[in-house]
Design a protein around this ligand. Structure first.
Ligand SMILES: NC(=O)c1ccc[n+]([C@@H]2O[C@H](COP(=O)([O-])OP(=O)(O)OC[C@H]3O[C@@H](n4cnc5c(N)ncnc54)[C@H](O)[C@@H]3O)[C@@H](O)[C@H]2O)c1
Length: 256
């Protein structure tokens, strides 16, 4: 019996990266897993293969969560797949590198629509599913250390993650009477395709690792393990919190 036996988890953006590691971890803990991604491609198939290899059930649902009309359909399909959804992991996210004075409206909109609007309205659809079926539930958002920490050239990304922090805190209060817990995980620098540029440049990677207390990047599984804790009854008294999974990056400080 795993932590999530008999439960169904919907994980957005789980075709690759941290989302895939979350999908596999939850499958190992016995969940039925709904893998969502923008792309129905080999990455998505690989996640489903890894999920089903654990013996768990996995279903892939393609959806662009940045569009509000898609997220209700995604939740309906998820409910149809396994009869109910118990856990929502808002993981899908994008970032765009641009100096503040060059950011376009289109770049701003992409980042805010995926990272903030998508998670907001998918969460709304999930909460209404729980209300309609009178059941408790858990929400964990994949935020970032940049819900708190400045990141020059990524102002729209920081704005989106800062918004995620306040959405989480607000919902923790508003949804507690419905027995719904809401928390964020705030990863630091994790080894995934989103960091492909950084990973390919030793001149960038070296100084970054020096700014991480544990002196290494995190692995997707490091984030997935904390997600699983927060989504499980082990964390049944935890709501309204951000858990940092950053190897000490956010508050690293040294003096010679
Ligand atoms: N990797 C890191 O260092 C790091 C650090 C802090 C926070 N995060 C956050 O973790 C989350 C996952 O990041 P990752 O590193 O695994 O990135 P990634 O780019 O490897 O994976 C993100 C996945 O989300 C999907 N996606 C993008 N837009 C989507 C949409 N509109 N609808 C559905 N799916 C969509 C992508 O197709 C991709 O499969 C993001 O929210 C990111 O901000 C990552």
């Amino acid at each position: 019996m795993g932590k999530f036996s008999g439960k169904t988890a919907l994980i957005t953006g789980s075709g690759r990266g941290i989302g895939r590691a979350i999908a596999v971890k939850f499958a190992q803990e016995g969940a039925n897993v709904i893998v969502n991604d923008l792309h129905d491609d080999d990455n998505a198939k690989e996640t489903i293969n890894q999920v089903t290899a654990t013996g768990a059930k996995g279903v892939f649902l393609q959806a662009d969560i940045s569009k509000v009309e898609n997220v209700q359909a995604l939740m309906n399909q998820a409910v149809q797949a396994f009869g109910q959804v118990d856990i929502l992991i808002n993981n899908a996210g994008v970032e765009i590198h641009a100096p503040f004075w060059e950011v376009t409206e289109q770049q701003y909109d992409i980042v805010m629509n995926v990272n903030t609007k998508g998670m907001f309205f998918l969460t709304q659809a999930f909460v209404n599913h729980l209300r309609n079926t009178n059941r408790p539930g858990v929400i964990v958002n994949n935020s970032s250390v940049h819900e708190e920490l400045p990141f020059p050239n990524f102002t729209a990304y920081c704005a989106s993650k800062g918004a995620m922090q306040m959405i989480m805190r607000n919902l923790a209060v508003e949804l507690a009477p419905l027995n719904i817990r809401v928390n964020n995980v705030a990863p630091g620098a994790i080894r995934t395709p989103i960091n492909a540029d950084l990973l390919s440049k030793p001149e960038l990677l070296g100084p970054l690792q020096n700014n991480i207390s544990l002196h290494r990047l995190g692995e997707p599984e490091d984030v997935a393990n904390v997600m699983a804790f927060l989504a499980s009854d082990d964390a049944k008294y935890v709501t309204g919190s951000t858990y940092y999974v950053d190897g000490g990056l956010a508050y690293h400080y040294t003096e010679q």
